[in-house]
Design a protein around this ligand. Sequence first.
Ligand code: HEC
Length: 105
Amino acid sequence: MKRIALLAVGISITFVACTSKKATTSTASPADVVKEMQTKYTDIQREEGKTLWQGNCQKCHKLYEPQSRTVGKWEKVLPRMNNRAKLTDEQAALVRAYLISNAKV
Ligand code: HEC
């Protein structure tokens, strides 16, 4: 009886672990994200993002070109760098739109 109870606990833990993993893993492919950036933002907004990038992202190091990183890499690096550059959420979104819509594929 005790064994069955333990087994049941084991199964439910495995189940929970699998479900939560599924919930955190994004299903959007890099191509989807690029497309989203190209449709959600106008050319003017992406131009604004470029200007913000030029103005704020070469204070500490050289300007890293959009093509120098993949979408996945930009997604990882940007939150840290936006913080460092002290961008507002709105500015960060525009910089992200510019960089990701031109990122390495
Ligand atoms: C306050 C200084 C500072 C500002 C402003 C800054 N960065 Fe950085 N950046 C760093 C430092 C320090 C590193 C190297 C250490 C690291 O990766 O965290 C770095 C590294 C990077 C890298 C290379 C990371 C890698 O692992 O390949 C990229 C790309 C980058 N920054 C992009 C940006 C962008 C885009 C902006 C503007 C939104 C920006 N940075 C603004 C300090 C800054």
